[in-house]
Design a protein around this ligand. Structure first.
Ligand code: PEP
Ligand code: MG
Length: 557
């Protein structure tokens, strides 16, 4: 016991600043699947059937309760899983085995195998449901065996969630009132776990390689800015640090916008959102609009393309949350770490360099056309004039074709710059579109040839890499020459210090996680545009992220 209380420190990559203190919780492991078991006697079988049905119902109810507490795509994914636990065919198959003497656990395993074989044979999106079905089996088996439900627990007291890594749908369903910080063994600064933690506004550290040494239940202090996880700190000291952070957060929270430097240079500070609920939450911040609506996150876990009407209603919710303000909608960036079953190939050898983003329209232009129809319909019904941009543009021709498809629908076209080729030909691209938005997450990944999901390569995908910032500078200069706006919507814009450097590089708007809006806006108000420019010049002369940060601190304080 005394060993467990020893103060120890584990380090990782800081992602979302903030201080939190609470017990560590880990997702429960999957239950062991024991296939062999003695046959039930005749008089045990009725009770066993009831036990099985009750277990499946308990799992279904818990998933429905989690869905009710979640919003947007997270709620949909959880509801779809809940209905699998109630599936009559699967329950019927298990009950049939139990009636023949198979115990409930083994009946659940056999029924899953039977259905998984059918799903796999059908192939395509149906085959992808095998993982969901196996997840339901594991939950029901755990319930039958009296073990904790696998996956993310719902803690009774505010806790720090520790995990190897988390799927986007898992993180999207988290309740920030119960999960006060997020720490993972894997992941990078721009992985989607990090993005969603930012949206939830909870402190987050990734790539904490030694995190497994922190047991469930240990009281831990998380410093999201410093990247430190301290187990068993002095409770008074920890509580005081959380309080100090709360006071600082309240000071920043008092920032009301609009975004401008101390000498009055206007810079739009916008929010990144993923659905209507996220947009309504962002509307309660000082964000002056939406700079990136990641539409693909509305449809994670969906097997079938949503209809134009359904899409229009979701997009309309986001426009409604920002009536009369700027809203930038990105067309589906499906693929790589955000695959959509209805849009992507399941078996690409190298998905980050494969058919993702605008490239999905090469094989099926209809998906893009229907999405643009839905955006146009939402714009008409909400009297909005959204800006619409395409992800993963690599050539001026792609930009031209996209812009034509957007303009015929009376929408305002732009493209993302997240591939070095687009930054290098920004002038030519700007001949076709009205604005650019730089996605520094992918721009770093493709400039540095380093997977943004890899924790081992997190130092390379650091948005402070001078090579990445040189491409930002190039793109912003092209925008200035053309007299067209160039924003940044990657995670770089959520870092208050880096945001000032981006402004100095010539960027005209910053779009960040809603939780980061006030921090970025408040910092911008403390520096002059001359300081931002001096920081940008100094940063471009450095050769490493550490030297770049140091140069920026010197110029901006
Ligand atoms: C980016 O790449 O910086 C970006 C904003 O897009 P996403 O993170 O959704 O790939
Ligand atoms: Mg991107």
């Amino acid at each position: 016991m005394s060993e467990q209380r020893e103060r120890t420190t584990v380090r990782g990559t800081p992602v979302v600043p903030g201080v939190a203190y609470g017990p560590a919780i880990w997702p429960a492991p999957r239950p062991a699947l024991i296939v062999e078991a003695p046959t039930l006697s005749e008089d045990e079988r009725d009770t066993a059937q009831t036990t099985f049905v009750d277990a499946a119902k308990a799992v279904e109810d818990r998933l429905r309760a989690r869905a009710a507490a979640a919003t947007g795509s997270a709620a949909e994914v959880l509801l779809a899983n809940a209905s699998m636990a109630a599936d009559r065919g699967w329950i019927g198959a298990a009950r049939k085995s139990i009636a023949a003497g198979v115990p409930p656990v083994q009946a659940a395993i056999a029924a899953t195998e039977q259905f998984a074989a059918v799903f796999t044979k059908l192939g395509g999106v149906t085959a992808e449901r095998v993982t969901d079905l196996e997840d339901i089996r594991d939950r029901v088996v755990a319930e039958l065996s009296g073990e904790s439900e696998p996956g993310i627990p719902t803690p009774a007291v505010p806790s720090v969630l520790c995990a190897d890594d988390l799927a986007p749908a898992d993180t999207a369903g988290l309740d920030p009132a119960r999960i006060v910080a997020l720490v993972t063994v894997r992941g990078g600064q721009t992985s989607h776990t990090a993005i969603i933690a930012r949206q939830l506004g909870i402190p987050c550290i990734v790539a904490a390689a030694e995190l497994r040494s922190v047991p469930a239940g240990a009281l831990i202090l998380v410093d999201g800015a410093g990247g430190e996880i301290v187990s068993n700190p002095d409770p008074e000291e920890a509580t005081a640090l959380v309080e100090q952070y709360r006071v600082e957060r309240d000071r920043i929270g008092a920032w009301t916008g609009p975004g401008r430097t101390a000498d009055g240079l206007t810079v739009d500070v916008l929010a990144n959102v993923q659905d209507g609920a996220g947009a309504r939450a962002a509307a309660s911040t000082a964000a002056s609009g939406v700079g990136l609506f990641r539409t693909e996150l509305c449809f994670l876990g969906r097997d079938v393309e949503p209809t134009v009407d359904e899409q229009a209603s979701i997009y309309g919710e986001v426009m409604d949350a920002f009536t009369g303000k700027k809203v930038v909608i990105r067309t589906l960036d499906a693929g790589s770490d955000k695959p959509l079953a209805f849009a992507n190939h399941a078996d690409e050898a190298n998905p980050a360099l494969g058919v993702r983003g605008i490239r999905i329209a090469w094989q099926d232009k209809g998906i893009l056309d229907r999405q643009l129809d839905a955006i146009a319909a939402a714009a008409a019904s909400t009297s909005s004039s959204p800006w619409v941009m395409a992800p993963m543009i690599a050539t001026p021709d792609e930009a031209r074709e996209f812009a034509e498809a957007v303009r015929v629908r009376n929408l305002i076209p732009g493209v993302m710059v997240e591939i070095p080729a687009a930054a290098l030909l920004a002038e030519q691209i700007l001949e076709h579109v009205e604005f650019l938005s730089i996605g520094t997450n992918d721009l770093a990944q493709y400039t540095m040839a380093a997977d943004r999901m890899s924790s081992e390569l997190a130092a390379l995908t650091d948005p402070w890499q001078p090579a990445v910032l040189a491409l930002v500078a190039r793109t912003a200069a092209a925008g200035k020459a053309a007299g067209k706006p160039v924003g940044v919507c990657g995670e770089a814009a959520s870092d208050p210090l880096l945001a000032c450097v981006l402004v100095g590089l010539g960027v005209t708007s910053l779009s960040c996680a809603a939780a980061a809006v006030a921090g970025v806006g408040a910092k911008l108000g403390t520096v002059t545009s001359a300081q931002c420019e001096a920081a940008a010049t100094a940063v471009l002369a450095t050769g490493s992220p550490a030297a770049a940060r140091e140069a920026a601190v010197a110029a901006l304080s």
